[in-house]
Design a binder for this molecule. Structure first.
Ligand SMILES: Nc1ncnc2c1ncn2[C@@H]1O[C@H](COP(=O)(O)OP(=O)(O)O)[C@@H](O)[C@H]1O
Ligand SMILES: [Mg+2]
Length: 154
């Protein structure tokens, strides 16, 4: 597990840049945290560093937004998800097990049973008005990234 305190959006941007450098096609990153924690903010910064030029907004209604960066980026948000049929309509395997792209998932707990076991999990906790705690769990590639991050100075 790797933990980092971000005291500003600028810190969050720097962290997103570092994480972006570790991501490869096929990777799935779940973002966990309460409303307003910063899941979409982090995703947006991450997308920029993945080469996405367009603005990133929460796909609460569409469930998934597709962005063309250095590779395809699939951004999901299951906050408003309540029908399992919607998941089938979504062709979820393509996004939960992306071959060609990177998947970023908000509110994944709603569909947890369908998520890949080897996904990375990044928790975001609200510490104060402008500070957030990022916790990268040891799941999947997160363990190795965490070990490398612990050796870095921020
Ligand atoms: N250090 C920080 N890093 C990221 N966001 C922060 C930070 N401090 C405050 N914020 C604010 O927290 C809010 C997070 O909102 P959002 O990303 O939409 O959350 P979520 O997607 O988790 O519901 C934004 O208004 C952002 O400006
Ligand atoms: Mg959000």
């Amino acid at each position: 597990m790797f933990e980092l305190i971000s005291n500003s959006q600028q810190d969050t941007k720097k962290f997103a840049k570092i994480i972006a450098n570790f991501l490869l096609p096929g990777d799935v990153l779940e973002l966990v945290g309460e409303l307003g924690a910063g899941k979409t903010t982090f995703t947006s910064e991450l997308c920029t560093f993945l080469g996405v030029k367009e603005g990133v907004s929460s796909p609460s209604f569409a469930l998934v937004h597709l962005y063309e960066g250095k590779m395809p980026v699939y951004h999901m948000d299951f906050y408003r998800f309540n029908h399992m049929e919607d998941l089938l309509d979504l062709d979820f395997e393509r996004y939960f097990y992306p071959e060609d792209g990177i998947s970023l998932i908000e509110w994944g707990s709603c569909v947890e049973a369908f998520l890949p076991d080897n996904r990375m999990i990044l928790r975001i906790e609200i510490v104060g008005d402008t500070s957030r705690k990022f916790i990268l769990e040891d799941s999947g590639k997160g363990k190795k990234i965490g070990e490398e991050l612990r050796r870095c100075k921020f």
